[in-house]
Design a protein around this ligand. Structure first.
Ligand SMILES: [Zn+2]
Length: 194
């Protein structure tokens, strides 16, 4: 549970439902390359962080494999639960990054953890937002749709603040917006929140 962001079991469960719906859409659409039928080929996950009752819904990342001989390609739906291969669930990556950006992670009396995540991990995430995310094709396109511009040096907090007050709904909006960065095998369109 993360204080101040309504990041509770209810949010975790609701993100799992959104992911399940996205997975159903990808399966129904068939293989993006050849149109073949898709078989379930989920990735097992052991997410870090306290997920409460939603833990079971986070034990797998949905993925599919094309049934056609000679194609057999992967189709992994976009996810609001998992950001790439990070061990921690996306909610925690976002929240600890926002909190981590706002406090000093080095120097005397420094903290060892941010929202239960080791500081060195949070530092890595902050680099990920500043470099990998900020330079991604997704963000280059998405930021053009945001006016005035979002301060890239303060990601993800600057983007979260643009989408609303810190709440479960705002976190969901942010995760929905950045979901295209969570997959390269399925074309996920930018869903610009209103
Ligand atoms: Zn195929």
């Amino acid at each position: 549970m993360v204080h101040g962001f309504e990041a509770d079991a209810k949010l975790f469960a609701s993100l799992a439902e959104i992911d399940a719906a996205a997975a159903a859409r990808v399966k129904a659409g068939g293989c993006p390359h050849c149109g073949g039928k898709l078989d379930r080929a989920d990735y097992p996950r052991k997410p870090g962080g306290d997920l409460g009752e939603a833990r079971d819904a986070y034990a797998k990342r949905a993925s599919f494999c094309c049934r056609e001989e000679g194609c057999r390609r992967r189709a992994t739906p976009p996810s609001l639960r998992f950001l790439g291969r990070k061990v921690y669930v996306s909610v925690l990556v976002v929240v600890a990054s926002v909190v981590g950006r706002s406090i000093h992670l080095v120097g005397r009396g420094r903290r060892r953890e941010v929202e239960g995540v080791p500081v060195r991990t949070v530092r890595r995430w902050l680099d990920w937002w500043s470099i990998t995310f900020a330079l991604s094709v997704f963000w280059k396109e998405a930021k053009g749709l945001l006016s005035p511009a979002v301060d890239e040096a303060s990601l993800p907090g600057s983007l979260l603040a643009r989408l609303g007050a810190p709440s479960a709904a705002t976190l969901t909006r942010l995760l929905r917006l950045i979901a295209p960065v969570t997959t390269i095998s399925v074309e996920a369109r930018i869903a610009m929140p209103v």
